[in-house]
Ligand binder design. Structure first.
Ligand code: NAD
Length: 251
């Protein structure tokens, strides 16, 4: 490979203040991308930007609540005004609230759908004219095993949003492929981030015992696949959903 894979590219990652999104932002910056670290929490986003800049990477933070369409539209306008381009978009922001079916309130349904699903539609819609004009774009959506296999301990609307994200991925792949834009997704499971702190040690052990590679996942396990899907080396992969689960679920 000649030079870093993402030199000159501008990448926007939502929910990049922590967990999987943070790792994707750090890894893209390490490989030369100018990274926009978007999160609802300013302190987390600023910390990630500092971490990247301390290693001579290029990053800026954007505070945005992705459940608010107006904020997404303004975010994309600001990014284009500052950078003049947007090559890579990672729809990563998401919430997972543990709840039984009976405990799932209307608010929980609305919040989960707004953040995990509508935000993905809104951000893709907002960047489509930019990517079409550039005849280039890489969109990567973070889905989940629950989108295929259903929820077990989390609220049953969570997996519904992730199943929808997979369908969106395929629609976008079909509709934007002719314009030089690919759209793919990853479906992780058991990645140890703050989102998964509701699993206690017994639960973690019982899950890792069922995973063929006999360990839980890390944000880097997801980030490595996302970087491949964001790179030109994967340009003939479009509309794909990559399982990242150590072989726990195969399809
Ligand atoms: N951790 C796992 O095992 C796992 C498995 C499958 C899928 N996922 C998906 O991966 C993605 C990242 O999850 P994670 O485990 O890193 O979670 P996390 O909770 O560690 O991080 C999520 C980030 O999103 C941000 N965020 C939340 N609501 C937001 C909003 N409205 N606007 C902007 N930012 C917002 C949070 O501040 C946080 O920084 C999510 O879409 C999640 O559903 C995670």
């Amino acid at each position: 490979m000649i030079g870093p894979r993402f030199e000159g590219k501008v990448a926007l990652i939502t929910g990049a203040g922590q967990g999987i999104g943070r790792q994707i932002a750090i890894d893209l910056a390490e490989e030369g991308a100018k990274v926009i670290v978007c999160d609802i929490k300013a302190e987390y986003a600023d910390e990630v930007v500092k971490e990247i800049r301390d290693k001579n990477g290029k990053a800026s933070s954007e505070i945005c609540d992705v459940s608010d369409r107006a904020q997404i539209d303004e975010l994309v306008s600001r990014v284009i005004a500052s950078y003049g381009r947007l090559d890579i978009v990672v729809n990563n922001a998401g919430i997972l609230i543990p709840a039984t079916i009976e405990e799932t309130t209307d608010k929980l349904i609305d919040d989960t759908i707004n953040i995990n699903l509508k935000a993905v539609l809104w951000l893709i819609r907002a960047v489509t004219p930019v990517m079409k004009k550039a005849k280039y774009g890489k969109i990567i959506n973070i889905a989940s095993i629950t989108g295929k296999n259903g929820d077990n301990t989390s609220t049953f609307v969570y997996g519904a949003t992730k199943g929808a994200v997979m369908s969106i991925t395929r629609s976008v792949a079909r509709q934007l492929g002719p314009h030089g834009v690919t759209c793919n997704a990853v479906a992780p499971h058991a990645i140890m981030t703050k989102m998964m702190t509701y699993w206690d040690d017994t639960k973690k052990r019982s899950i890792s015992d069922k995973i063929p590679v006999r360990r839980l996942g890390t944000p880097s396990d997801v980030s490595r696949a996302v970087l491949f899907l964001a790179a030109d080396e994967s340009s003939f992969i479009n509309g794909e959903v990559v399982n990242i689960n150590g072989g726990y679920y195969m399809d």
